[in-house]
Structure formats: C-alpha cells, structure tokens
Design a protein around this ligand. Sequence first.
Ligand SMILES: *Cc1c(COP(=O)(O)O)cnc(C)c1O
Length: 428
Amino acid sequence: MIYQRSSALFKDAERVIPGGVNSPVRAFKAVGGTPIFAKSASGAYVYDEDGNRFIDYINSWGPMLLGHAFPPVVNAVIDRAREGTSYGMPTKLETEIAELGVSMVPNIDKIRFVNSGTEACMSAIRLARGFSQKEKIIKFAGCYHGHSDAFLIQAGSGAVTFGSPNSPGVTQGTAKDTLLADYNDLVSVQRLFKANKDEIAAIIVEPVAGNMGCIPPQQGFLEGLRQLCDEYDALLIFDEVMTGFRLAKGGVQELKGVDADIVCFGKVIGGGLPVGAFAARNEIMDVLAPSGPVYQAGTLSGNPLAMAAGLEMLKAIKLDKGLMNRLEEKTKYLHQGMADVLDRHNIDYTINRIGSMISVHFCTEEVVDFKTAAAGNNDTFKTFFHGMLNRGIYIAPSAFESWFITDALSYQDLNETIAAVEEVAKEL
Ligand SMILES: *Cc1c(COP(=O)(O)O)cnc(C)c1O
C-alpha cells in the first residue's frame, strides 16, 4: 500500500495542528509511522486520500454501529441543515430523541444532551457532587471518561502513563479528589470507602471497559459496586459512552441487570455527530439547572443536526429486532477465525469479547484490568497493526483499544480479515 498523499497531508497538518491531529489517539505514536488521512467512508469501508480501501474496525471509535454514511442519518442531517443549523432555542426534535432514549434505557426519567462524551462525564460528576454534597470520586485505573481534569488519573488508552495526575495542567488539588481502584477488584473499592467514609460522592465506571482493550466485568463486580454505593450512600455512575445502545438497546444496565444512578452516553447516541448525554431518575436530574442549582449549559447542546442524526440512529437500533444478535454472531465468527489462526501459528494471545466489542492482546495471561492489559507485547502488536493495515484492515493504532464491529460488515469482510491475520501471523 502507498500512503504518499497521507504522508504529505500529515506534514502539512503538523505545521498548523499540534502533532498534526485534533485527538491524540489518531496519531500513530504507539505503533510508529504516520496516520492515514480519510477521504470518505461507506458501510464497512473507509477510503483514504491515496485511494486505498480499508475494512474499518475503528468506526470513528464507536459511533458507526450501523456502518458509515448510514442513509437515514445522512438524509436526516441534510434535510435538517436546510432548515438552519442552530437556533439557541428549544426544538421538538430534542424532546423526541429524549423520549426515545428514556424508552430504551432502563431506570432513567430524564436526559440532558451535551456535545461530547467528555462533557457528559464531567457534568455527571458535578451533578453527583451537587446531589450528594460530597466531593471525592472513585475511578478505575485504565478506564477513560473523557479528558476533563478529574479523570486524567490513569486514564487508559490515549493517556496511558503511570503516576498521578498523569497530565501536566491537572492540579494536585483536583487529583486528590479522584481515588483510584482496580477494575474487577471489589476489595480495592471497599478499601477506599473505608478510608474515606462519608466523603465519596460517586463511583464512575465503564461497566464494560473499552479503553484498555475490551474488558468485561467479572461475575459480581458491578453488583458489588451497586452494593457498596448503597451501603455508603454514594452514586453509581455508568459511563456508557462506548457501550450505550451498542451492547444492548438499553446498554449494560439492561445487559447485566444492574441499575446505575447516572448514565453517560456519547458515540452511538449521536450517529456520528458530536453528541453526548447524561441521564438519571427525576430526583437526581431535577437538581440540574434550570430546575435546580447545579449548573450545566451549552450553546450548541441539542443541536438540530446532531439530534436529527442521533434520532435516526436510535430509531434504527430500536426497530431492528435482530441487530444485537447479528452483531454478536459476527464478532464471535471473527474471534473464532482469528483464534484458530493464532493457535496454529503458536502465538501467545488473549482475545476478549462481549457483544460487538473485541480486543486482541499478545499475552497468555487473562486480561482483566489495567495491569494485565499492559502486560501484552507491544512490539508484536506494532507488527500486527502495520501488517493488517498494509492488507487493507484498519484497526486502532494502539494495543489498548477495542475493535468495534458494525452491522455493515459482511462475512466476506470477516473472512478477508481472518485471511489477513493468517498472513500477518507468519511475521509475528
Ligand atoms: C470515548 C469515551 C469518552 C469520551 O467521549 P468524547 O466524545 O471523546 O469526549 C468517555 N468515556 C468513554 C467510556 C469513552 O469511550
């Protein structure tokens, strides 16, 4: 494959954009080389500026559950744009998508729309603190909740390094209110509650972790968090920015039968436009301005183009009875195909999978938390990544990312992917 135009475009970008990208995960820092520049995308494929076609397993990092340029979403955006792109006044579209969201997700009465997953999580924490009148939060090493200050403490994928806070610019004062626990380790959570009695406003967790590879919660983990929150009068926040409307129509609350107090959304809920949202029961949501004192706002929040895209996306997901099953079957097929190949080539690997999320780790140990995710062989991953890319398969340029399976993928695409793994396995 030739990446000539992408390389040239990256040089241009580097002159005027820090690192040449508007989000660090798009750079190829962890794998070497220069990012490829997208030109267009359709269904399961993304096309770059050099004219290469890739089977896409990133899918805009999650939103494209139904494939790129999904016609109902594209048409809705075009139609809405003709009516004006923003008013700063409420529209009935916002109520429609809110009603649909509330009808799909268990245990929520009201939902507030924002512009990104970061904003959703940041606002959810403020709401939890305002509601509980407590200040500290618990997060898990390797979980990512966007780039706001309180969360840049061992934040997985994009921000992986050790030490806390792990970005300059985050104050010690902020960092001290974020307590760190280990994923799938209830004892580590219990210890924090015991040491900080009456101070913990909330636990925020990816109920299926997707930012250190894909790590499902072990039996009893989410139930245990629920119990600890009840015991210590803290709120449980599920960050379902990645998993919401993906792992089940009602997200992980539905999938695992565990209720959260506040749920955060992003990615799929915007159908590929900049959208985030957070939702909860009335008693919590009514603390938010203008009903209550906790302030939160946005000039472009509930933007009509974004709401139109999200509405079509959620409608399509709600109406398609077979969708979640098809996604799971495709993901399972890919898992088995890749596992067969890697077994035959005697390569050390662990594959994690749940629903339409899957990740390949080059280690033999079970991957259950940040530490075990970090144990994978990154040199093997780099070779794997570039090998796949050169064969037209685009996976995330980091070993700490989940792959996202879309319904647009055909079994032919999956077979092509498995055939590419077969070739690349010879180089590992
Ligand atoms: C992507 C993601 C975010 C951040 O969303 P942005 O829209 O990138 O700000 C937050 N939490 C989780 C779990 C995510 O995967």
